[in-house]
Design a protein around this ligand. Sequence first.
Ligand code: UDP
Ligand code: MG
Length: 160
Amino acid sequence: FLPHLVASMEEVEQTYIMIKPDGVQRGLVGEIISRFERKGFKLTGLKLFQCPKELAEEHYKDLQSKPFFPKLIDYITSGPVVCMGWEGVGVVASARKLIGATNPLNAEPGTIRGDLAVQTGRNVVHGSDSPDNGKREIGLWFKEGELCAWTAVQEPWLVE
Ligand code: UDP
Ligand code: MG
């Protein structure tokens, strides 16, 4: 274990990133994973998964009362999704920046939604909105044994 990594451990966060069914259907899986990889984050879990309705409802339970909720659940369960855990310093907020605004119309060019999506209801990717939700969502979508703790060789070149 490298001692110089200890100092930054408290800033290390986990986030749950998911490529939604439209991203999978449109062949954007590699493109989206690349953006998180190139930024310098570490993949801790990865699977293609057909989401059951109950899980989609639990994941989006805060939006239960919204008029778009039933359509959102239909969308998320309409085909396989790619579930990912990503780890890094400030990864929660940073991933949200890489993803861009909820409505792709407002998402800056250079962001995933700004470059690759047109409408809120088909915005290709999900990212946790807080470190607590990052942990909650990773726990929701992954079973024990599906996640890997590992040391990336590039770590000393990303975090001082
Ligand atoms: N959504 C939608 N219509 C809306 C708002 C949200 O269909 O008016 C969907 C969209 O897929 C969005 C998801 O619900 O990504 C979750 O909404 P949230 O506000 O949490 O946006 P996000 O965190 O994904 O940017
Ligand atoms: Mg959200």
